[in-house]
Write a protein that binds this ligand. Structure first.
Ligand code: DAH
Length: 340
C-alpha cells in the first residue's frame, strides 16, 4: 500500500506540474482525489490492514492527499495567472498608436463670403434678419411699389404657387417685413436665397443669393448710403477700392442708383476681369421710396432711409477667382475641399 500511495503521489505531482490548462487540471483532480479517484480507492482498503499498519498508512495517505491538494491549488493559481496574462496581452490597447483623423467639416465658399459681409455690416451696427423664400406677392412686389402689370415684373419671373404666392425674386421683400414690425431707427441686412426663371450658365442660376440692406431713421440722406457702401467695399476688397454711383431706376427707391466698384484686379486700369472697363457693376441701391415707407406705416415726412441689394455669388466668384457659378451649386468635393 505504501508503494501504491507513493506511486500516486509521484505520478499525480508530475501530471499536475505538466497540466497546461485548468480543464486538464480539473480532470486530474477528479482522477486522483475525487470521490471515485485513485487515492480514495486505496483508502477504502485501509480496513484490511493490521492495527499496527493502519495509522502509519493513514498518516501517509493524509500526507499524500495534502501534497496533492497543495499542488492542485498552486498549479491552478499558476494557470489562472498565465491565462490572465495572456488575455491582457491579447486585449492590450496601444495608447501610443496615433488616432484615426476625425474629418471636420468646413464652410462652403458662399457661406464664408456671407459671413464676411455680415461681419462688416454688423460692425457698422446692422443687424442680420431673415425672411421666407416662399413669399407673398405683396412683400415681393406690391408693397415695393411694383403693382401687377408693372414692367419690372417681367425681368423677375419666378415660380408661382398661386396667384399671390411665389418663390421670392429678391431679398427686398425683407425690407417690407422688417418695417412692418419695427419702427425706426432700423438698420438691418438680410441675406438669403432668391429665385428667378433663368437658364443655367456660367453666370446665371435660377437660384442665387442676395444680401439686402436697409437703414431708416430721421435725417438719412444719400450721403449715408454712399458712405456706408464705400466703407463696406473698402473693408471687403481693400482700402484702395473706389465706388461710383450711376443713376438707375428701381420702383421702390427714389432716387435709385447702380453702384460700381473699381476693379480689384487692375485697380481701374482695365483688364479681362472688368472687361476693360476698370469698374465692376456690383449692386442696386437708392433712397427708400416714400410710398414704400407709407405701405409699412412709417411717415415719409418724418423718416427717410436707404436700401441696397447685391448678389453674393458674384462676390464669391471674384473673391476666389472662380470662373463658373455652377461650381458653387454642384457640390463637387474636389472643388469644395479647396476651401478647407
Ligand atoms: N432688388 C434688386 C434686384 O434684385 C436690387 C436692389 C436694388 C435692392 C435697389 C435694393 C435697392 O434694396 O434699393 O435686382
Amino acid at each position: 500500500m505504501r508503494e501504491a500511495l507513493e506511486k500516486i503521489r509521484s505520478e499525480a505531482l508530475a501530471a499536475i506540474a505538466a497540466a497546461q490548462e485548468s480543464a486538464a487540471l480539473e480532470s486530474l483532480r477528479v482522477r486522483y482525489s475525487g470521490k471515485k479517484g485513485e487515492l480514495t480507492g486505496i483508502l477504502k482498503m485501509m480496513g484490511k490492514l493490521s492495527a499496527e499498519e493502519r495509522p502509519k498508512m493513514g498518516q501517509l495517505a493524509n500526507d499524500v492527499r495534502a501534497a496533492l491538494e497543495a499542488a492542485f491549488t498552486a498549479r491552478a493559481a499558476e494557470l489562472a495567472d498565465r491565462a490572465l496574462a495572456a488575455q491582457l496581452k491579447s486585449e492590450a490597447v496601444d495608447v501610443t498608436v496615433p488616432a484615426a483623423p476625425i474629418s471636420v467639416g468646413h464652410q462652403h465658399p458662399l457661406t464664408i463670403v456671407i459671413n464676411e459681409v455680415r461681419t462688416i455690416f454688423e460692425a457698422m451696427g446692422f443687424e442680420t434678419v431673415e425672411g421666407p423664400e416662399v413669399e407673398y406677392d405683396y412683400y415681393n412686389f406690391e408693397a415695393l411699389n411694383t403693382p401687377p402689370n408693372h414692367p419690372a415684373r417681367d425681368t423677375q419671373d419666378t415660380f408661382y404657387f398661386s396667384d399671390n404666392m411665389l418663390l421670392r425674386t429678391q431679398t427686398s421683400s425683407v425690407q417690407v417685413r422688417t418695417m412692418e414690425h419695427r419702427k425706426p431707427p432700423i438698420r438691418v441686412i438680410a441675406p438669403g436665397r432668391v429665385y428667378r426663371s433663368d437658364a443655367v450658365d456660367a453666370t446665371h442660376s435660377p437660384l442665387f443669393t442676395q444680401i439686402e440692406g436697409l437703414a431708416v431713421d430721421k435725417g438719412i440722406t444719400f450721403t449715408d448710403l454712399k458712405g456706408t457702401l464705400d466703407l463696406f467695399f473698402k473693408q471687403l476688397y481693400g482700402p484702395e477700392t473706389r465706388t461710383r454711383f450711376r443713376p438707375h431706376h428701381f420702383a421702390y427707391t427714389e432716387p435709385s442708383a447702380e453702384m460700381d466698384m473699381s476693379c480689384f484686379k487692375c485697380g481701374g486700369k482695365g483688364c479681362p476681369m472688368c472687361k476693360g472697363e476698370g469698374w465692376i457693376e456690383i449692386l442696386g441701391c437708392g433712397m427708400v421710396h416714400p410710398k414704400v415707407l407709407e405701405n409699412c406705416g412709417i411717415d415719409p415726412n418724418v423718416y427717410s432711409g436707404f436700401a441696397f441689394g447685391m448678389g453674393l455669388e458674384r462676390i464669391a466668384l471674384m473673391r476666389y477667382d472662380i470662373d463658373d457659378m455652377r461650381l458653387l451649386f454642384e457640390n463637387d468635393l474636389r472643388f469644395l475641399r479647396q476651401f478647407r
